[in-house]
Each structure stands twice: as structure tokens, then as C-alpha cells.
Design a protein around this ligand. Structure first.
Ligand code: 7RM
Length: 635
């Protein structure tokens, strides 16, 4: 029996049981048979969730790029590794073969070295979805530098916070980026950010839109001339299993973003193994994940997981609506995409435009459909199933997190019978638990609770950069000896899981996680604002949208409210990015607070969702009179 490729349900249960009963033997076999090691491990796993400390494959040595590139050269050298589809449908696609990728990554790695980057240094990557993004990620990994990719939709101030938090020495960016009909001045954003980043010594700039940019003498360098001069060979740095591979920031419910640290061997093994099974990947497939490499989905399932399997991974620079809402389907037809992985928010946005855009294209190549990022509603699930998969391509609703590194709860296509809105069964090696309010595990089926994981898995984040205590407090303190996900879930009569959503103050808008606190902090910077509270409310396309309750200082009251709304969204755009803009802003005389001064978001959430029939217990409120006023003026 092959543990690596699961092909039917009986086999899933068998392999699952083995992975739970003998996790070390199980993962050792997977690691042994499918990867290239410079040195094997001394110990498969050691762990202690009370510290918390988790180590996989301790003592092993490897380089992940040898697994993602070098070892494919003899068997797949001329196969396309990255299939780049540009923003403009008129610009030709680029087929980057494994041989090409090898050369490009090595050249880039040599440029990094020549600029003084060495093992353990942090490099911030702020690039659009162009090949240089994947190449620079791999180039860092080649020499053991820790990459920190920041999604190129974040503002200069969000970028600066992330650069400084992990003390990045270098930033890799481009002159600008294309996004549909627009272009964005990325270099200008980097320049603004670097005003506040004294630790950055150099900036490498790729040319994408050929705009005029200011190059700062002694700091900024054009990338291409350096690459032209660099050698195509770069020895891969020998890394220890637990050496950090990358940092990726995710927003928490409070405080600054958390730099999740992922390490090398476990991350590689788990992302490769999940990729193979969750997408039932086969050699001749053309796999496309529409995420941005700026998010964990892009790290694990555009770059590392697919390349570790020698797959062809499509990388799309553009947006689903440009030049029109048929773009995704045009690309599927053009490249005969076999696996298509996207977010519910994209599905809803496309569904709204009607099936006309789909009908123009031949989608018969599609075998597997995937979703990720937020709960998928039943209507969107059926639309996807009926119109894109024509009821023949199973939908894998994959639940996971930046922190988990890889897919955790998911159907295996053609193996697990799917059920709309259910992520179904835990993946191999994953031990979920539902917990009640009192910290007890809820056993049995047809129950709901807070979702935890009871046992380590290879790709879990090991810490928060620079703040291990926060890692412990956030994930390992709510329930003893368990990883707490921050999500609620229910388990149905056959043991299938349905993720019901966040139980903390993180709101997922169009698949982007937004913490309420940083947005409130941004709003409160506006001189006319006294205080604010943000809640989510249901939105047809975005899943959730943001509703802000804002109280003004006295002089603010005399200002034009629509202008103020614009200014508040402007501050948010500057501090965080346009993704965090508020859909609705209600100016209120006060915010409902408990006697201890906590804003009662529960009430505000209900008002924003137009569900005021039962506001629950308001007896602990310090100022119950504001509630009626807020209801009367709700938007
Ligand atoms: C991969 C990713 C994590 C949060 C997570 C959930 C939500 C993700 C699903 C989902 C329901 C899903 N990482 N989430 N996938 N909710 N069904 N299939 O999205 O760090 O950006 O977000 O996203 O709340 O905790 S993430």
C-alpha cells in the first residue's frame, strides 16, 4: 500500500488510522520515500504544547529548493514549472521550465549573496504576481535567507511595520504593478515605507511596468543588470530541519500583525503530501491556484507544494474581472487547467455576473475544484459545482490557516463524498477536537464547539517572530495541551466538519483576514474621531463587509459627514490598505460599553446585521441609552 497517494475511502481510513496511531512511523515513511535529504533525521518528532515547542525531523539536513527544483532536472527538466499568465490577455504567457527555473533561482540567489545577504538574514519581498516573486522566494530559500513576503496590496505603513518587526535587511520590489486596467506605483510605496525603516540596506527593483521611478543612490539597484551578470550555479545552503524558511504576517484580533515562522523540513513534507492528495495531482496536470503568493495559500500551493511534486503551477498576475468576467475561464480553456483552486468571494463575484461568461469557454479539462479562505455558502457551492465543474469535478473545501502551513480539513477528491458547505474530514495526521465553554472536549457527533488540534503536524508554525510568549498566549493558552484555531466548527452525524467562522475579533472580508483593533487604531488617528468600533456584517459577495461605529469629538460634529467618511477610509487605506476600507460608517453619540469599559460588540454586530429583535442581555451596560439611538440611526 502506498501511503503517499490515497485513491479510495477505505485507504483514507486505513492511512488515517495509521497516521494517528503511529504518527512518527507514518511521517518518517513519507519523508523517507519522497524527498531528497542531505542527512536523515535523528528523531522524527519531539513536542511539548505547554512550552510550546515542536520539532520535526530533528537532525536532518536539506535544502527545500533542491527538492523543488534540482531533483526534477533529470526527469522533468523541460517540463513547465511555472506557467505565467500576465495581467493583459494580449501579452503572451510564459512557460518557465524546471531548467529555466533552476537558472533563474540560482542567478537570483547569487545576486542576493553579492548584496551581502547570508543565511538567517530576513529579506522582505513586495512584488506583484510576476515570475520574479516565485523566483525570489526560492532564491532566498536557496541561500538560507528567511523570506517575508508582504502582499503588494498593503500600504506603505503596513509594509514598514512588517519590515521593522522582522528587521529585514533588504527589500525586493518592482517599479510598479498591473491590476486590471490600473497600474500601481509599488516603488513609491516602498520609498514611503523606507522612510521609517533604518535597517534596510538595499532595495532590488524589477522592471514590470516601465514607469519612471526614483532610484536612491547607494540603496536602490535595478535587478536585471545584476541578474545578467550572475552565475547560473549557486550551491544550495545546507539547512537544518528546523531552520526558519519564512515569516508570513497574519492579522490578529489585537495588536500588531503576527509574524508566523515556518521551518524547513516539516513544512516541505506536509505541503508536498497535501498537494499530491488534496488535488489528486498527476504528472500531466496543469494546476492553477488563483491566490496571491503574498498569502499562505500562494506560498504552500502555488510555490512549494506543487514544485516539490514536479508539477506545473499557473501563476496569474491579473484579476478575475479584466478584461471581463470571463478571464478565469479563458485561462482555464487556454492552458487546459485540470485543478482550479480559488476563494468563495471570487466565486460569488463571478456568479453574480451570470453564466454567460462561462458558456463561451471549454472547461472540460477541469477535474478538481477547490475553495479556501472562508466558509463557502450553499448557493456559491452549487453554482461552482453546476457551472464550472458541470457536476463532474469534486469540490474540495479546504480549511486551514497561515498558522497551519498546509491544508488541515478537506475532502480528498474521488475519495471523500463531498457535502456542500462542509470541509468534511481531517486530513491524514490531523487530530481535531471540538471544545466547549468550560474547556472540555466535546465527544461524539452532531455537536458544535471551538475547533482545536490535539497533536502536532509537520507544517505548523513554530513561533511568532520575536514574541514566543504571544504565540503561546494566542494559540496554546485557551485550552490545555491543544492548539486553538480561533474558529468555531460543527461535526455532523457522520463526523464531517463544517467551519462556522471566527470566534474572535478577526473578520474575513473577501478572504482577507482583518483584525478589528488595527482598523480601529487607524480610524482613531483621524483628528475628529474620539473612538470607534468595527464589526462585520454579511455581504453577498465579500462574505463579510465592515461596519464602523464612530463617535466624533465635538468639533467633528460640525463637519460634513460624507466628507468625514471619505477621510476615515483614506486613513485606513494609508495605514492598512484598501482591503480594510469600511462599507458603512455610522456616527454615533456613544458606544455601548460594559462597566469595565469593554465595547459590547455583540450588540453592534446585531445592529449591523439588521437583527435587532433580540439583543440579548444588555443589563451589564454602563450606557444602555445609546443602544436605541444607534438602532434608530442604523445604516
Ligand atoms: C488558508 C487561509 C485562516 C482563516 C481560518 C478560517 C478561514 C480558511 C476556510 C475557512 C471556512 C474554509 N489562511 N478559513 N479556509 N473557513 N472554510 N475552507 O485562508 O490565515 O488567511 O485564514 O480563514 O476562519 O481561521 S488565513
Amino acid at each position: 500500500m502506498s501511503n503517499y497517494h490515497i485513491k479510495h475511502l477505505e485507504e483514507y481510513y486505513q492511512v488515517y488510522r495509521k497516521s494517528i496511531r503511529e504518527p512518527e512511523n507514518f511521517w518518517e515513511e513519507v519523508a523517507e520515500e519522497h524527498f531528497m535529504w542531505r542527512k536523515k533525521w535523528d528523531k522524527v518528532l519531539s513536542w511539548d504544547f505547554s512550552k510550546p515547542e515542536v520539532k520535526w525531523f530533528e537532525g536532518a539536513q536539506l535544502n527545500i529548493t533542491e527538492n523543488c527544483i534540482d531533483r526534477h532536472l533529470t526527469t522533468r527538466g523541460d517540463k513547465t514549472a511555472i506557467l505565467f499568465e500576465p495581467n493583459s490577455a494580449d501579452e503572451p504567457a510564459q512557460h518557465i521550465t524546471y531548467k529555466d527555473l533552476y537558472k533563474r533561482v540560482n542567478k537570483f540567489a547569487n545576486v542576493l549573496k553579492a548584496q551581502g545577504i547570508t543565511k538567517g538574514d530576513r529579506v522582505c519581498i513586495y512584488l506583484p504576481m510576476i515570475p520574479e516573486l516565485a523566483v525570489s522566494v526560492l532564491a532566498c530559500a536557496r541561500i538560507g535567507a528567511i523570506h517575508s513576503v508582504v502582499f503588494a496590496g498593503f500600504s506603505s505603513s503596513a509594509l514598514a511595520t512588517r519590515i521593522n518587526d522582522s528587521d529585514c535587511k533588504m527589500v525586493i520590489t518592482s517599479d510598479g504593478s498591473y491590476r486590471g486596467a490600473k497600474s500601481i506605483d509599488l516603488k513609491g510605496i516602498v520609498d514611503d515605507a523606507l522612510e521609517d525603516c533604518p535597517g534596510v540596506e538595499s532595495v532590488l527593483v524589477a522592471k514590470r511596468i516601465h514607469s519612471e521611478v526614483v532610484m536612491k543612490e547607494g540603496r536602490d539597484l535595478w535587478l536585471q543588470p545584476l541578474l545578467d551578470e550572475a552565475s547560473e550555479d549557486c550551491r544550495a545552503e545546507v539547512m537544518n530541519a528546523e531552520d526558519p524558511l519564512f515569516i508570513l504576517y497574519t492579522s490578529g484580533s489585537t495588536g500588531k500583525p503576527k509574524g508566523m515562522v515556518h521551518t524547513t523540513a516539516g513544512y516541505m513534507v506536509y505541503t508536498a503530501y497535501t498537494f499530491k492528495n488534496v488535488f489528486q495531482y498527476r504528472e500531466e496536470d496543469i494546476y492553477w491556484c488563483t491566490a496571491d503568493v503574498g498569502w499562505i495559500t500562494g506560498h504552500s500551493y502555488i510555490v512549494y507544494g506543487p514544485l516539490a511534486n514536479g508539477a506545473t503551477s499557473v501563476m496569474f498576475e491579473g484579476v478575475p474581472s479584466f478584461p471581463d468576467f470571463g478571464r478565469f475561464w479563458e485561462i482555464v480553456e487556454k492552458h487546459k487547467v485540470t485543478q482550479f483552486y480559488t476563494a468563495p468571494t471570487a466565486i460569488r463575484a463571478l456568479a453574480k455576473e451570470g453564466v454567460g461568461y462561462l458558456e463561451k469557454y471549454d472547461l472540460s479539462s477541469v477535474k478538481v475544484l477547490g475553495t479556501v479562505g472562508e466558509p463557502i455558502n450553499e448557493e456559491a457551492w452549487h453554482w461552482y459545482d453546476d457551472n464550472v465543474g458541470k457536476k463532474k469535478a469534486p469540490i474540495v473545501d479546504t480549511w486551514w490557516q497561515t498558522e497551519t502551513g498546509g491544508i488541515m480539513i478537506t475532502p480528498i477528491p474521488f475519495v471523500t463524498p463531498t457535502k456542500p458547505t462542509y470541509a468534511t474530514l481531517p486530513f491524514i495526521g490531523i487530530q481535531p477536537a471540538l471544545m466547549d465553554e468550560n474547556g472540555q472536549e466535546i465527544k461524539g457527533n452532531q455537536v458544535d464547539g471551538r475547533l482545536c488540534i490535539k497533536f502536532p503536524w509537520p507544517s505548523m508554525a513554530r513561533t511568532i517572530w520575536g514574541d514566543h510568549q504571544r504565540y503561546k498566549d494566542t494559540y496554546f493558552s485557551a485550552y490545555e495541551n491543544k492548539y486553538f484555531t480561533g474558529d468555531g466548527a460543527l461535526r455532523d452525524e457522520v463526523g464531517y466538519y463544517r467551519i462556522t467562522g471566527r470566534v474572535d475579533d478577526v473578520i474575513i472580508v473577501s478572504g482577507h483576514n482583518l483584525g478589528t483593533a488595527p482598523i480601529e487604531d487607524a480610524i482613531n488617528e483621524h483628528p475628529a474621531v474620539s473612538e470607534s468600533a468595527i464589526v462585520g456584517f454579511p455581504h453577498d459577495i465579500k462574505g463579510n463587509a465592515l461596519y464602523g461605529y464612530v463617535t466624533l469629538k465635538e468639533f467633528g460634529e460640525t463637519r460634513d459627514h460624507n466628507n468625514l467618511r471619505k477621510e476615515i477610509n483614506q486613513v485606513i487605506t494609508e495605514q492598512i490598505g484598501p482591503i480594510a476600507k469600511l462599507d458603512k460608517i455610522q456616527f454615533t453619540a456613544g458606544l455601548p460599553k460594559t462597566r469595565s469599559g469593554k465595547i459590547m460588540r455583540r450588540i453592534l454586530r446585531k445592529i449591523a446585521s439588521k437583527d435587532t429583535s433580540n439583543l440579548g442581555d444588555t443589563s451589564t451596560l454602563l450606557n444602555p441609552e445609546v443602544v436605541q439611538d444607534i438602532i434608530d440611526n442604523a445604516l
